[in-house]
Design a binder for this molecule. Sequence first.
Ligand code: ATP
Length: 817
Amino acid sequence: MKNLTPMMKQYMDIKKNYEDAIVLFRLGDFYEAFFEDAEIISKVLNIVLTKRQNAPMAGIPHHALDNYLKKLVDSGYKVAICEQMEDPSQAKGIVRREVTRVITPGTLIEEDLLSSENNYLMAVAFRENFNTAFVDVSTGELFVKDFETINDLIDFVSIVNISQIICEENIFEELKDNLPNKFIEKLDDWYFEGFEDKVKETFKIVSIDHFELSNGQLRVLGALLKYLEYTLMSNLALEEPKKLEESKWMILDSKTVDNLSLIPGEKGKNLYDILNKTKTAMGSRLLKKWILQPLKVKKDIIERQEIVDAFFNDRLLLNEIREYLNGIFDVERILTRLQYGKVSPKDLISLKNTLYIIPNILEALKTNEKFSKYVQEIEEFPEVVELLERALYEDPSSTVGDGNVIKDGYSPELDDYRNFLFHSEDKLKEFEREERERTNIQKLKVGFNQVFGYYIEVPKGQVKNVPDYYIRKQTLVNSERYITQKLKEFEEKIMSAREKVEILEKALFDELTKMILKYVNDIKKTAEKIAELDVLSTFAYVSQLYGYVKPEFDDEKFIVKEARHAVVERYVSNFVPNDIYMDSLRRMYIITGPNMSGKSTYIRQVGLIAVMAQIGCFVPAKNAKLPIFDRIFTRMGARDDISTGKSTFLVEMSEVALILSKATKDSLVLLDEVGRGTSTFDGISIAWAMSEYIYNEIKCKTIFATHFTELTELSDVYNGIKNLTIEVEETNDGIVFLHKVVDGVADRSYGIEVAKIAGVPDGVVERAKEILEVITKKSELEKKVRVLKEGQLRQIKSRKKVAEGQLTIFEVKNGEF
Ligand SMILES: Nc1ncnc2c1ncn2[C@@H]1O[C@H](COP(=O)(O)OP(=O)(O)OP(=O)(O)O)[C@@H](O)[C@H]1O
């Protein structure tokens, strides 16, 4: 463009460095966007597109920035905020402007842009495996985790709230293809250089050995830190990186999280919503983390369980603590904003009110010795409370500098200027009265405008009485305006008082935040413990409310009396409890039963109970004893994966493949229909072979719901495979679902009855009955399966004979082949 004004030239120079972002350029009371950026924001924000020197331009008022930013970021744009770096009225020539912040979905700290959920930014690089580092900038939590395959990585991204990915160029396309809806950015090579120094510098340490990170992990962490600096443009406020090691947690893949409805998703009703009676935002975030990462180490589970139990048995304490938790604010985020210099006066009041409650929490906890660990770990901060109490008004203004933030008495100097400023109106009135008396001009008025400042206005008719020390400034139709030496001096005092109040209050607020800064890490540790107490007391509360019991752990046995489904029981009026009984001799169940009888509910409730027990919660049952599982596998429902071009059957088979390759003896495998996406013969053959493989090779606890009754023959071949079915009652009015799980095999599917209930026309239902009669008579399938079974039994017997001959070497257990 020719003939650019200096300001437009300044804009172009800045924009050059932020080609991939929308630059919002501060101009007076507006943030303006130009050219293509203007066209985008006008469309996304639905605001007017105008022109300046032929350049398309669109602007948003500065006070509404956060609202508009949210929309832009939610629509997938990166935004660079370019501020005025000096007071325009003081600037010589063009105002200096700089980008002070680049906003992306994964780097939000602004309260208005965030929900109470965690919001993660993840950096990904590939060496021998996928190294990742991810951070929630708003809370400062930082994690490092490796993934063997891209599928494991994608799976993780889809269950954890990763809102943005940054990656090395060589894996950008692959990630983009697999995660088409994610905000993914590729980073230049320099991001991945000099990582050791970057990590040391960020955490202000000389040695990074205690992090115990591999070179690949440090490299990706370094890139993440550099990117954060580029977007936040300030020193980083992060916790030391935590390594997410599989050895501590049960693995839950995204399918299982979805199939068991653990957290809110497409399916609506879920475990998180049932359990989430937490009182604080920090607690609700932690609960979600715990649900997605059940523990695997018995000692860790018991530690949580003991606290839940203590709360459960001390109802008074439970209620008292929950009452105090009501007053706890999201201090994790407030403190992070404080570290980034973005804390508001209201934030500090929330911090004060939170800290104010801590002594009450401690007092209450001290009444029960089971909480001694928490009593030791939770700290009080009386000096911070006292300081904030002294420094801030209870309901401060949100604009630091207007004189309504720092409390009276905190700074005598501020009080003086503020008194003068806030009482200037009275003083002007007094001046006006004095002048009226002195001049005898009754209609004399003191006013103010931007051009002349304060003036004395005298109606035309009384100008003759104006004393000679009045200096005329302006002539209007009906009046004249004057100033006097005294009024001018008064004006200067007001102006300088306003300026002084602004400067002083800002400086005092700044100083206050700096004083609190040194407590931040300790307060964060206390906040973490409070969040834990919130979740653990919630477990106790929910357990009382819904009648859950404390589970025990056992190496082999999975015995639950009157187990219930934590979510379904909340939505049906008469939930029928069912027992679970598994041990080394009863390792696999085949459940057959009519449609709608409750097979899926039963097997899901088994999974849910395992998850609930391993997060430290009590479980919906009369009593429960169960093993600790290393992983829960689920294969349920039929769904295409249109986005990746996989058919329903292919998806089903890849889930089966995953189970067969990854399950261990300590896993729990829950299968709701396998082999239904293909022909009956193929389906049964696959389901049969798979069951045998799991039973003989993997030897883990397995429940398999199926409509292939042929599979129930497996129980005759293998001792440890048992059949279950669900009772229904046939009445004259149709079938009644009793939802009771009992030993045995379903005699029929009642599919046609369910079709009738669902409203399939009578004609079709009758015809279906006729067809069923014909084909069941002619079915050869059962006979064939019987032949298969007998053949297999013969083989097993002959193997057993050989084995018995070698009993001194191999001991053959009953039912184990
Ligand atoms: N134990 C129970 N007590 C009360 N109601 C139950 C119970 N189990 C299931 N139900 C009710 O029955 C409905 C059907 O259950 P579910 O989906 O588990 O059946 P299913 O046997 O898996 O059916 P299908 O074979 O058609 O998939 C549930 O939505 C629930 O309302």
